[in-house]
Design a protein around this ligand. Sequence first.
Ligand code: ATP
Ligand code: MG
Length: 229
Amino acid sequence: MPIITFANSKGGSGKTTSALLLACELANAKRVTIIDADPRHPLTTWATLPNKPKNLTVITNESEKTILDEIEAAAARDPFVIVDLEGTASRLTSYAISQSDLVLIPMKEQQQDALAAIEVVKEIHRDMKAVRREIPFAILFTQTKAAVKSRTARFVSKQFRDNQKFLTLNTEINERDAFAAIFAVGGAVGTLNPKEVNNLEAALANVNNFAAEVIDILRSTKAERKDVA
Ligand SMILES: Nc1ncnc2c1ncn2[C@@H]1O[C@H](COP(=O)(O)OP(=O)(O)OP(=O)(O)O)[C@@H](O)[C@H]1O
Ligand SMILES: [Mg+2]
């Protein structure tokens, strides 16, 4: 029942897209609930489109008053719970983080995103103090260029990857036609028509690597918790 939360108060950092990619990939094998706590409810809208994976349930968050109950109910029912948060820091954000087995902080390779990501890390540390437990978290670079990166992108990425205080996922979510297309036509990357989307194979490999790395992190943090216990 791992609970994986996507948090970054910077709007447009890739939370909703990355949350859906992970949810659909995990849903190939296990039941998954996504809690849609983005106030624009993009995942609730996506769920009305065709080809939603059978294993995937989308719950629309009502308010900060209900988020803890929604997470608890989903975790009791399904092996994976994913929470897509709003693009502002709030009490709802802290509530969701407090329940998480892993917080993923999506960010673009840009300075403004970097500053926002650091704020999220500080917020997670405050939440850890409040609940008196470690909350694993990791940076996830999103919307990155699959080919040649700009000098700024390389600089921002290196600052995070060289920082031993953070875990940064090796896998990046590239900027890809397929990852925007699922919000327009519905379904998962795997149900897209290769004739209508550029480079679908690379997109499939990207989400596959992403989910595999998340599973690895969940396994290693679970093992660490057992060591401590
Ligand atoms: N990897 C990607 N490839 C292509 N387009 C992407 C990718 N990630 C995000 N986008 C596009 O960028 C925009 C913002 O992404 P998204 O909605 O995932 O960010 P967010 O962090 O959830 O934003 P908000 O804070 O407003 O909730 C969307 O139009 C989305 O389609
Ligand atoms: Mg969003």
